[in-house]
Ligand binder design. Structure first.
Ligand code: 0L1
Ligand code: MG
Length: 259
């Protein structure tokens, strides 16, 4: 795929985000053969444009980390994207900043030192965890009705749009990552429940997969980056007036309202 076309697609995704106007997935008619490799080139171009506009990358994140989502989408691997400084949610979630936002409860991990793949294992990651935190990701696919194939969602920076992190940092000896549970309520009604092992069997496995995928592209995961390991439940659609409470078994509770 030519550089010019890569840039055109990345720009269309950014325009959709800025105008809050969803678009048809590229694989539907225009580029049915969009490959994973091409899609990551588009994602890189999108990130480059955002940087040139003055935004700053905060960390990579993992996406499509549950087997349920793989079956739903007919894929067999996770993906990564990046979160930006401008995506931090401060105070309420402002609904009119999004197209059709959904939230995902996640386990966040910060590493003690840089890691670069290939060949990194879950055990390597477990030796290198500075602290754990709770996170709520707000995803907002730029594609109409969240209808996308693998290449589309990779190009779209893994639907990244917002995040809320707990301030409190939990040390690894205080938490069993695979057995950490979570419950999401909206206006006091339980809407989703999950467990750490839903995330590629273990959140540290998810970090290892991230390190190895980035390593294949010559990039590393850096110490100090707050990494979201992937949704512990399926994503939950939100709307104005919602009061969201995300309660973990060990990690700090996150509460946020949608205005
Ligand atoms: O963070 C995620 O797992 C989102 C990946 C993209 C899939 C979606 O938009 O539902
Ligand atoms: Mg996520």
């Amino acid at each position: 795929m030519e550089d010019e076309l890569i840039h055109v697609i990345a720009s269309e995704l950014i325009t959709a985000e800025e105008n809050k106007q969803s678009i048809e997935r590229f694989t539907k008619h225009r580029y049915p053969d969009l490959s994973v490799e091409q899609a990551y080139h588009i994602q890189e171009a999108l990130i480059q444009i955002k940087r040139m506009e003055g935004d700053t990358v905060v960390a990579p994140k993992m996406g499509l980390t549950s087997k349920a989502k793989w079956d739903q989408m007919g894929v067999d691997k996770p993906i990564y994207g990046f979160i930006f400084d401008s995506m931090r949610v401060e105070g309420d979630i402002e609904f009119d900043k999004y197209i059709h936002p959904k939230i995902e409860p996640e386990i966040g991990i910060v590493l003690t030192s840089d890691m670069q793949g290939p060949g990194v294992t879950k055990e390597d990651v477990l030796q290198n965890i500075e602290y754990v935190f709770s996170a709520v990701e707000v995803i907002d696919s730029r594609y109409t009705d969240f209808d996308f194939h693998l290449g589309d969602v990779i190009a779209d920076n893994a639907s990244s749009k917002g995040y809320i992190f707990s301030k409190e940092q939990i040390s690894l000896d205080k938490i069993d990552l695979a057995n950490e549970t979570v419950q999401v309520t909206i206006n006091d009604e339980i809407v989703a429940e999950g467990i750490g092992s839903n995330v590629l069997d273990h959140p540290a496995e998810s970090i290892a997969a991230l390190v190895n995928m980035l390593g294949a592209n010559g990039q590393k995961v850096k110490k100090g980056e707050p990494i979201m390991t992937g949704g512990m439940t399926s994503a939950v659609l939100i709307e104005p007036g919602d009061v969201i409470k995300v309660t973990y078994s060990t990690l700090p509770t996150i509460e946020v309202a949608v205005k």
